[in-house]
Design a protein around this ligand. Structure first.
Ligand code: PLP
Length: 368
């Protein structure tokens, strides 16, 4: 088949428009009339500096990121950030609270799906503080086992003064997403948090799909590019000023030393040029976000995504009434990005996937 025959439902790496890939291909041969391909330019060249600034401004403008936040581009993916968050924020906490012991140092994890669970496990593995699970979505699920909801706010148990609070905005495996409607029971309960405690959000699978509500209440937002805006290899960080701490000074007080390429201050102070950033993924992301801006920006995309999600879930609800499918996630917590459902009946899933394949619908089969 040709690209035009296929509808790609893969949850990542992102399915990119052909026109963007064609433009990127041109840039690989001859980047903006330099006679040199993009990946052959120095990452310290004027041209790449312009690209980096433009990419940053496309994100800053569309997400309305205030000037006390740095936008950094790095490698290592979402999983790299599972570790970087712990190391940087425990170092910060150590500098602010030199007399607090590791036993008393707490990291608050909101566990609403597989990815936040995995992040909390990395925090436990690295140590330097204790992990408090603020709430575990499985406790409030239909089956008692699966992640299928954003739990009721009155069940959330934050620690009094944690080093940080961590959550994952969209759970890619489970199809559970926080609501962005102000006052919703499934919105993140900022009103229950202490404003002096940094809030960290993993936006890997919903980045640039709609605006980020209460961005200013976050200390750090991070995302891998590969779900929505470009090829894998690029991680985007939106870091508030007060997270740029001297991790070496913290290490002298007993904190774990932080590998230099993970230090937020290093990334921000160097303008993402401490080491070579992922140039090609940044280039494609620039093309994608430019196209997004020119076609009405994030607000328009949010409306389109709302319509798509409504149409899809309405269709699934109808099919559920007919006994054809089971929608896994509870109302209010259903992801706009990745819908999870099961086909009912022996062999039904296989039949559905074969029928979909025949119509050019690829990569519909996701996680179990
Ligand atoms: N966080 C979320 C929400 C994800 O969906 C993923 C990957 O699918 C990750 C983190 C891990 O990202 P990476 O594969 O870039 O390490």
């Amino acid at each position: 088949p040709e690209r035009v025959d296929i509808v790609n439902f893969g949850a990542g790496p992102s399915a990119l428009p052909t026109s963007i890939l064609e433009e990127a291909a041109k840039g690989l041969l001859n980047y903006r009339n330099t006679g040199i391909g993009l990946t052959e330019l120095s990452h310290r060249s004027k041209e790449f500096g312009t690209l980096t600034k433009h990419l940053e401004s496309l994100i800053r403008e569309q997400l309305e990121v205030p000037s006390n936040y740095h936008i950094a581009f790095t490698q290592g993916g979402g999983s790299g950030q599972f570790s970087a968050v712990v190391l940087n924020l425990l170092a910060r906490h150590r500098l602010l609270n030199p007399n607090v012991t590791d036993e008393e140092r707490v990291m608050d994890y909101v566990v609403t799906g597989s990815w936040s669970k995995k992040a909390s496990e990395e925090a436990k593995r690295l140590g330097g503080g204790k992990v408090n699970v603020v709430v575990d979505g499985r406790t409030y699920s239909k089956t008692g086992k699966a992640f299928d909801n954003i739990p009721p706010h009155d069940k959330w148990a934050f620690s009094p003064k944690p080093a940080f609070v961590y959550y994952c905005e969209n759970e890619t495996v489970d199809g559970v997403q926080f609501s962005h409607e102000e006052g919703s029971a499934q919105a993140f309960p900022f009103h229950l948090t202490d404003p002096s405690v940094p809030i960290v959000a993993d936006y890997s699978s919903s980045f640039m799909s709609r605006p980020i509500p209460r961005l200013k209440d976050h200390a750090l937002i991070y995302a891998g590019a590969q779900k929505n805006i470009g090829p894998s290899g690029l991680t985007i960080l939106i870091i508030r000023d007060d997270l740029l701490v001297d991790t070496d000074a913290a290490a002298k007080l007993g904190a774990a030393p932080v590998p230099i390429t993970l230090v937020y201050k290093t990334l921000a102070d160097s303008g993402s040029l401490y080491n070579t950033p992922p140039m090609f993924p940044m280039y494609v992301s620039e093309l994608v976000l430019e196209r997004m801006k020119n076609s009405g920006g994030l607000q328009r995309l949010e409306e389109a995504n709302r319509r798509k999600a409504t149409l899809l879930y309405d269709t699934l609800d109808e099919a559920e009434k007919k006994g054809l499918v089971k929608v896994k996630v509870q109302p209010g917590s259903k992801s706009w990005m990745n819908a999870t459902f099961e086909l009912v009946g022996e062999g039904a899933e296989q039949k559905f996937l074969e029928g979909a394949e025949a119509k050019g619908f690829k990569q519909l089969k996701g996680h179990r």
